[in-house]
Design a protein around this ligand. Structure first.
Ligand SMILES: [Zn+2]
Length: 468
């Protein structure tokens, strides 16, 4: 009886195994990837650190925009666009989204744009004050005022170049779509560390080995005929802030992609940043470290490639919506007038800009729309992509609460408008929870987020996952 039962189990598992193997080997998808160099030809100012006092002085490596396109058996497409840049400005997202829909019939929900947040890329945003007919501004205080007009012009031109390149990439990849199969697996990589260290009643930016992290490195392999590696999409949750040099480079993510492409000729490696808002690579600041971190991450991807990869089959389902993020208590005009006299230059400038907004618009905004996107590849892989500089708590919580196989949680997607702290980080304060909100991006935030931010985003994720 036992032998008979054992025989049935073996027989059943044989069917399951062979079905899985069969599904894994069939080229059920179409896929293509493409890349373009986006290293600026003119010496643009660099983004990320206010301390820089001049434009870029050459490059350590090129910067890239890349795309991966999948098409399922029903002809539904999903497009990833990744970039070695500080962020995804909303204006860039809106232009690429609009033109991709017009030119390629691609719905906005089926386009995911993610930035690596390298702090050694060009400045790509200008600040657009609220209200009608107000001129764009340069919000980097280290750029001399007499240069602002020129800097605005070249930043606009570069952003236009980026949009054109991205559309061209998508067009090129669509023409190149070919039969493919997908494999998902993961490994771990350990150089990311929490960077919010408690000090007195607040937090400083310093390694905190006891703080939360997520060291997983999810990897999606795209294989063509004869198992040729067409592309690999991988993620890690850590700021690209190893370096603050004056030469363009993609930081650890740029090096990881470069090493993978060198080691697999013909393959395109795409990096998508996870919830690394409060994570830094350590150690930092020296070029040998960025190479080591890049190599460590590339090695983790190599490990994932052979670590029990599972076939991804099924159809593409994608949704995109916006979670309304409320600001906390808004400052009154009297408070702003007082703050505009502050000896802290970031406080005073923030207050002055808000007073100007009040003069032109009459009131301050009360909320900001945060993009939240969900894409499922059959039942085998689900990717959640959230806007802003998302802190690690979102990855930890969603991986705990969302009952899906192979869940990826990306930050820095579709609009990098501010930090996206969790409730805990808002209540704790510090840079990611409060003080970073003083810095203008494409728009200006009047106050830190309300603690409801986390529930708004998590609620939107579950709403989108319903019936998907
Ligand atoms: Zn950042």
């Amino acid at each position: 009886m036992r032998a008979y039962f054992h025989g049935i189990v073996c027989f059943v598992s044989l069917i399951v195994c062979s079905t899985n193997a069969l599904l894994g080997q069939e080229l059920l998808w179409k896929a293509a990837a493409a890349k373009a160099v986006i290293t600026p030809e003119v010496k643009l100012w660099m983004a990320g650190y206010a301390a820089r006092k001049g434009p870029a002085e050459g490059k350590l490596q090129d910067l890239f925009a890349k795309t991966l396109i999948l098409e399922d058996a029903q002809g539904v497409r999903f497009v990833w666009v990744t970039m070695d840049l500080i962020g995804v400005p909303k204006s860039l997202r809106l232009e690429v989204e609009r033109r991709a829909e017009e030119e390629f019939d691609l719905p906005p929900s089926h386009l995911l744009m993610n930035a690596s947040h390298t702090h050694c890329g060009p400045m790509i945003r200008t600040y657009q004050p609220a209200g009608e007919n107000r001129p764009e501004m340069i919000a980097y205080s280290s750029i001399p005022a007499e240069q602002h007009e020129q800097r605005i012009k070249e930043t606009r031109e570069y952003r236009q170049f980026l949009a054109d390149q991205m559309l061209a990439l998508i067009g090129r990849a669509i023409k190149d779509l070919r039969p493919a199969r997908l494999l998902q697996s993961q490994a771990k990589c350990g150089f990311a560390m929490n960077r919010r260290l408690p000090r007195g009643s607040s937090f400083i930016n310093s390694p905190n080995p006891s703080g939360p992290v997520d060291h997983s490195v999810p990897v999606l392999q795209v294989l063509g005929a004869d198992d040729q590696k067409l592309a690999v999409l991988f993620s890690y949750a850590c700021h690209n802030t190893t370096l603050g040099v004056m030469q363009f480079n993609g930081d650890y993510a740029g090096y990881a992609q470069q090493y993978l492409e060198e080691d697999h000729p013909g393959m395109i490696a795409l990096f998508a940043l996870g919830c690394g808002g409060d994570q830094n690579p350590y150690p930092r600041r020296l070029i040998p470290y960025v190479e080591r971190h890049g190599r460590a991450l590339a090695t983790a991807v190599e490990a994932a490639l052979i670590a029990d990869p599972q076939a991804v089959v099924g159809s593409i389902r994608a949704k995109l919506d916006y979670a309304t993020l409320d600001y906390g208590r808004l400052p009154t005009k009297e408070e702003l007038l007082r703050k505009s006299q502050s000896s802290d230059k970031y406080d005073s400038r923030h207050a002055e800009f808000l007073l100007e907004d009040l003069k032109h618009v009459g009131k301050l905004p009360t909320s900001y729309p945060c993009p939240v996107q969900v894409v499922s590849l059959g039942d085998d892989l689900t990717m959640i992509a959230i806007g802003g500089e998302v802190v690690i708590d979102y990855a930890v919580r969603l991986k705990r609460e969302v009952e899906r196989k192979n869940l990826w949680v990306l930050g820095y997607s579709n609009d990098v408008f501010a930090y996206t702290p969790s409730r805990r980080v808002v209540l704790e304060g510090g840079y990611e929870g409060a003080t970073s909100m003083r810095f203008p991006r494409e728009n200006l935030h009047p106050a830190p987020w309300a603690p409801t931010i986390e529930q708004r985003i998590i609620g939107k994720v579950f709403e989108l996952l319903k019936n998907q």
